[in-house]
Ligand binder design. Structure first.
Ligand code: GAP
Length: 472
């Protein structure tokens, strides 16, 4: 059971996300569509900043990594070879009375509080019977047997019925990297070990209890396939990637107490994995998977080699020995990263904060987002919208726009404008006041420390360059 205050926290975040242009329910004017969300102007900026940071760190920042951007559509044989057509499934049950559909494992876990990871559809049917679990929607205990449903979305290419052939929307970005292993290795003349990084959409036909963007039908992944020799100590490389993933989270400022690492039990492992750990985050609705790290062995390359008939072996340039590389795979969900960042950053200040210009009495929300990912970096606020003050402020905003994301706001009291910026996590507010007309200086206010500094307009560019480390 979720505690009321937990619901409250999520509801507040969902409401803020919509009200301030981060995340909207998809196709809302038509009543929406389950488990699908749209990123608004601030959401897309936040997401792009996170992806850029990840790319800079894991692709540009390493001499053993290269980037990729594979197509979403692939030859359907890819998904047969990868095992997804046969194995990528969830067990589901229907309530015979009210026709609601549930993931069987989620239904049991919600009702019993116990993990049933790795249980088969038959096991779950039995548990539902023994525990006399009832439908959360109507209270009846009249479920169908649990049956496996494949998570891959099917669509078709071809215009007329007889020419149509089934294709899948990719269920993970990883396969685009496996099938390009030889292309990339040869084109870039890479020696093992090396990795490919890719950011892109993946699609899964999920039914979910609706925890905002946590589990959606389409989502983005930032994935790395790290290719190693079968002679390498995979355990050591796995441990190094575990450290890298933890360091990424620490760099984003995520509280240690909200992260834990959980190793999958044998029966819970995906069809391709020999060892998997999940980085879990303490979401308001419980500890849930944030990221994964898996040792996929040579499972994928062997399967693609067998099914395609192509030789995907790597030739050791020193010994001329040929072998199929093994893979360690760190995978990061973009949308779960965004949800985590918003939850971590969301702070309510009872009674508000006192600014030097206005005392704020009611509750105030501050999003303490990392400066590098904040969607708006600087807000330019003229103390009055009268000329020539507003003109001076507009000119400053336009100058800064060449370097970073700027919002110009002249409406409402200055205190209200500060609060609007705090609520979207803008790290700096720049106020252009009447003195600015005389001394060509502005007041820069720091979101977190509330410290105010007088800075010459001509120095603002360098001031922010220093504070952000680089321009985003
Ligand atoms: N290539 C390995 C792979 O896809 P996964 O654990 O199934 O592994 C990786 O997915 C990550 O993608 C997860 O850790 C999670 O962050 C994200 N993810 C998976 N399914 C998701 C969904 N339905 N909605 C949002 N994010 C999802």
């Amino acid at each position: 059971m979720q505690m009321p205050h937990v619901q409250d926290r999520m509801q507040k975040l969902v409401s803020l996300a919509k009200r301030r242009g981060f995340i909207f329910p998809s196709s809302e004017i038509y009543g929406g569509i389950a488990n699908t969300w749209d990123y608004g102007p601030l959401g897309v900026a936040l997401k792009n900043n996170v992806k850029q940071l990840w790319w800079n760190r894991f692709v540009h920042g390493r001499n053993d990594m290269v980037g990729m951007d594979a197509a979403i559509f692939m030859n359907p044989r890819v998904w047969e070879a990868s095992g997804h057509v046969a194995n990528f499934a969830d067990a589901r049950v229907d309530c015979k009375k009210c026709k609601s559909r549930f993931r069987a494992d989620h239904l049991v876990e919600e009702a019993t509080g116990k993990s049933v990871e790795g249980k088969t559809a038959e096991d779950l049917t039995q548990i539902i019977g023994v525990e006399r679990i009832v439908c959360p929607s109507c209270g009846a205990h009249e479920f169908t047997e649990a049956r496996n449903f494949n998570l891959l979305f099917e669509t078709s290419i071809g215009k007329v019925e007889k020419d149509k052939s089934i294709v899948y929307l990719r269920g993970e970005t990883a396969q685009g990297m496996f099938v390009n292993f030889k292309n990339v290795q040869q084109a870039m003349r890479l020696r093992l070990p090396f990795g490919m990084g890719q950011i892109g959409k993946a699609f899964r036909n999920e039914i979910t209890p609706g925890n905002f963007t946590f589990r959606t039908l389409e989502f983005e992944q930032m994935e790395i396939e790290y290719f190693i020799s079968p002679r390498d100590d995979w355990g050591k490389i796995f441990a190094l990637w575990e450290k890298e993933m933890a360091a990424w989270l620490a760099d984003l400022g995520i509280s240690k107490k909200n992260i834990r690492v959980r190793e999958h039990a044998q029966e819970e492992l995906s069809h391709y994995s020999k060892k998997t750990i999940d980085f879990e985050y303490a979401f308001p609705f419980g500890w849930k998977e944030l990221y994964g790290l898996a040792y996929r062995t040579d499972f994928d390359l062997q399967n693609h080699m067998r099914e395609s008939g192509e030789d995907l072996r790597y030739t050791d340039p020193d010994t001329q020995e040929k072998y199929v590389p093994h893979v360690v795979e760190p995978t990061f969900g973009v949308d779960r990263t965004i949800l985590m960042l918003l939850l971590e950053a969301y702070v309510e200040i009872e009674g508000g904060r006192t600014t030097t210009t206005e005392s704020v009495k009611e509750e105030e929300v501050v999003l303490r987002l990392d400066k590098r990912v904040a969607p708006v970096k600087v807000a330019v606020l003229p103390l009055s919208k009268k000329e020539p003050l507003a003109q001076k402020a507009r000119e400053l905003a336009q100058m800064l726009r060449g370097y970073l994301a700027v919002q110009y706001d002249e409406t409402g009291s200055i205190g209200k404008r500060y609060r609007r910026q705090d609520e979207i996590g803008t790290p700096y507010c720049v106020t252009v006041d009447f003195d600015s007309l005389e001394d060509d200086k502005v007041t820069v206010r720091d979101r977190d420390t509330m410290a105010q500094e007088r800075v010459a307009i001509e120095d603002t560019k360098n001031y922010f360059k220093e504070n952000f480390g680089m321009f985003h």
